[in-house]
Design a protein around this ligand. Structure first.
Ligand code: CA
Length: 741
């Protein structure tokens, strides 16, 4: 048995995040029939529906019955003025209607509701239009993302939401398309490819629409791309402007809106060599892009460097690498640079600044006057407040435990812990790459003047690449994903690791720069937040619950099961005098796939759903689907320790993002330890080398891994299975067969 510290193991395993383009579970194949594009048409006339424009969204606070954008309005506060559901009526809440989506895998979306119609996206970028009072399906649009493209994703085939504007529904498709649908029929009106599809770009974020423009970013910095945001004409799909996050590979003009500021400032913050010149440098804007109508600007949250490791990315330079991990404001009409604030100069740790950006008026002006500010709780653990008009740094305070900086300067620049920059032996980073806050949206209540953050605590060790023992990862981050990982572990290890990671619902006072209250969670990656004018905050959990808290105290007031682990946020709307709470459910994404070992029980692959609640609701929740995994190894242990060690490394490099750290799946994607395929070499090869399940996103690794390596992965997986038997966590086949009858 290899001796090691559970602490170290924690980091290594908790190691990298994210998931994949892994396969959809075979057990739900019947639910996975590809839907024909725009299968149904409703009788509605496109002139009648989804008549949302800039002025109407600007008045969102005066139309609380609607939820017209991804986060409810342009300020993206996720605060509803509705009060029918309040402390006194919570106990009368019951299930309204429910709807089952057509696909399994992760669901992160916030529905949009306009004039009685709900538009919601599910996994694989499928768009559903539903009657908001009954859940009746009006139309479904499936952009038919290929499994091959699904494999480009770092973090599951999720989609966080849609934009609705002037009778159209806009969806960013996983493979890089931006598409406009007729809101009445689901008919495809135009489709634009926004990325170089030969590169590992993906889109998971929600477009935003304003002034006849729709903007979209992209993801892919874990695999190696150059990030940017593009604005398109809402009527034609014609490109209006583009703003890049990193320099042109030759530091030449791109003919883009960002050219001027790169020539003037940003190019000089990068050296002239290194991986950034071939791999794009990263800086992807995969989530936050906020339109600020008061300043007619778009405020963009840009992501981490690519590769993560700055010594690989930009080995000769020592500059800040603008605009990685930065909040950047650009002119909404032209995309021209206005201002920027870099949260993590020369990012080294995947500290994206892509997390939700909220605009609000806070009493931070002279003599306590209101000041329009931009707020963000990015991955790096500091809560920032900037002046919305100028980008001036107002304050930054640590909202979660962090070890990488000892504080901020007066200008908001981090005072780094040298151990973090130097990757000192034994240095454990908090936050890790999962971030102190990730995509799960925070909310802000102008009434309590508190921000509500789904916070996370996930430590991480970063292992430098070892030239004597090269890794072979599909990812491109400049670190060794297997560094510090043992190939075996004693009983109790998983529990010990699980205890090191946690989450919370954190009520943060941005003016005072300190917490108001906090509710600890036993899992990390819990759902985004809804705040309401009735003094409530709502959050879903990965344990499959929706919970209401008192917005001022954190007192737990109400909860209901959802019968499905959930990390999407709750939203609310009102039709015909009835207020609804609504949430999309379904587990997946990095949190659901990589960290299955930290859950008390495995989930089961089941289709995403929309669940609603209303006062006096008498509906029934869909039954939860129980895990169908038989906990017994499907093959004999094979190979010696050296083979299993190689398998452990290649698994960590390539497989854990989908199939779980330490080969322990969350259950959403197959747990390979118990897979019949793992028990048979030929069957294993048909999938891993021949690509039998490519349609589901499990592509062939034959071009990437040698037969020796894929054999070693199989040996490691089987070893993990037999280790579970030895630890008492699983049964040997004969035992199962005897007891199953
Ligand atoms: Ca990242």
């Amino acid at each position: 048995m290899v001796k090691y510290s559970t602490k170290l193991l924690g980091l290594a395993v908790l190691s990298v995040l994210t998931a994949c383009g892994g396969e959809q579970a075979a057990t739900t194949a019947s639910a996975d029939q590809p839907a024909a594009a725009a299968t149904e048409t409703s009788a509605a006339n496109s002139a009648d529906v989804a008549q949302v424009d800039t002025a109407r969204i600007e008045s969102a606070a005066r139309q609380p019955e609607q939820w017209m954008t991804y986060s409810g309005g342009y300020e993206e506060q996720r605060h509803s003025g509705l009060t029918t559901i309040n402390r006194d009526t919570l106990s009368d809440l019951g299930v309204g209607w429910t709807y089952e989506m057509r696909k399994t895998r992760g669901v992160e979306a916030t529905p949009v509701v306009v004039d009685g119609v709900m538009y919601v996206s599910g996994s694989w970028s499928v768009v559903y239009a539903l009657d908001a009072t009954t859940g009746a399906e009006l139309w479904v649009y499936d952009p038919e993302v290929s499994g091959q493209d699904a494999a480009k994703g770092c973090c599951d085939v999720v989609n966080r939401g849609l934009a609705v504007y002037q009778g159209k529904v806009f969806v960013g498709v996983f493979d890089g398309r931006l598409e406009a649908l007729d809101a009445a029929t689901g008919e495809l009106l135009w489709s634009t490819v926004t990325v170089d599809q030969s590169k590992p770009y993906t889109i998971t974020g929600a477009p935003r629409a304003f002034n006849n423009k729709v903007i979209i970013g992209n993801g892919g910095a874990e695999l190696g791309v150059r990030g940017y945001v593009t604005a398109y004409d809402t009527d034609t799909g014609e490109l209006a402007w583009r703003f890049y996050a990193t320099p042109n590979p030759e530091k030449k003009p791109d003919g883009a809106a960002s050219d001027a500021i790169f020539a003037e400032l940003a190019n000089d913050t990068w050296g002239d060599t290194g991986a950034w010149t071939t791999d794009g440098g990263g800086g992807t804007a995969w989530d936050s892009m906020v339109y600020d109508p008061v300043n007619n600007q778009v405020v963009i949250g840009f992501g981490n460097g690519s590769p993560w490791n700055d010594n690989v990315r930009d080995p000769e330079g020592n500059g800040d690498n603008l605009f990685l991990s930065s909040i950047v404001a650009v002119d909404a009409d032209t995309g021209a640079y206005r201002w920027h604030f870099q949260t993590t100069p020369r990012d080294k740790w995947d500290y994206t600044a892509t997390q939700g950006i909220v605009i609000a008026d806070l009493p931070l002006g002279e003599n306590g006057a209101d000041r329009r500010v931009v707020m963000q709780a990015p991955k790096n653990g500091f809560f920032y407040i900037l002046d919305a008009a100028t980008g001036q740094f107002i304050s930054g305070n640590p909202y979660e435990l962090q070890t990488w900086a000892t504080g901020l300067t007066e200008e908001g620049r981090p005072i780094e812990n040298p151990d973090a920059r130097n990757l000192a032996p034994g240095y454990i980073a908090l936050p890790g790459p999962m971030g102190a806050h990730n995509w799960h949206p925070m909310a802000y209540s102008p009434e309590t003047q508190l921000a509500y953050i789904p916070a996370n605590r996930v430590p991480q060790g970063y292992g430098d690449l070892n030239p004597d023992d090269p890794s072979n990862s599909f990812w491109n981050i400049g670190y060794d994903l297997a560094a510090g990982l043992p190939s075996v572990y004693p009983k109790g290890t998983l529990e010990a690791i699980s205890k090191e990671i946690s989450g919370s619902l954190l009520a943060w006072d941005p003016v005072a720069g300190k917490p108001a209250w906090e509710v600890p969670h036993i899992t990390t990656g819990n759902g985004g937040i809804l705040s309401t004018a009735s003094g409530l905050v709502f959050q879903n959990t990965l344990m499959g619950e929706i919970v209401a808290y008192d917005a001022r105290t954190g007192e737990r007031l109400w909860s209901s099961p959802l019968n499905n682990p959930t990390s999407a946020p709750v939203m609310t709307y009102k039709v015909n005098g009835e207020q609804y709470l609504a949430t999309a459910t379904g587990v997946g994404s990095s949190w659901g796939l990589t960290y299955g070992f930290a859950w008390s029980e495995q989930a089961a692959p089941q289709p995403g759903k929309v669940i609603t609640f209303k006062i006096g609701g008498t509906g029934e929740l869909p039954a939860s689907v129980l895990p169908s995994v038989a906990r017994t190894p499907k093959g004999e242990a094979i190979g010696d320790d050296a083979v299993a060690l190689l398998g452990m490394k290649r698994f960590a490099d390539n497989c854990q993002f989908c199939h779980g750290g330490l080969a322990v799946s969350s259950g959403v994607l197959p747990d390979l330890r118990w897979s019949a395929y793992a028990g048979n070499e030929a069957a294993w090869d048909t999938i891993v080398r021949d690509g039998l399940l490519t349609d589901r996103g499990m592509v062939s690794f034959a071009d990437h891994l040698s037969k020796e390596e894929t054999d070693a992965i199989r040996a490691y997986v089987l070893q993990q299975a037999w280790l579970a038997v030895a630890n008492g966590d699983a049964q040997a086949p004969s035992t199962v067969a005897a007891s199953a009858q």
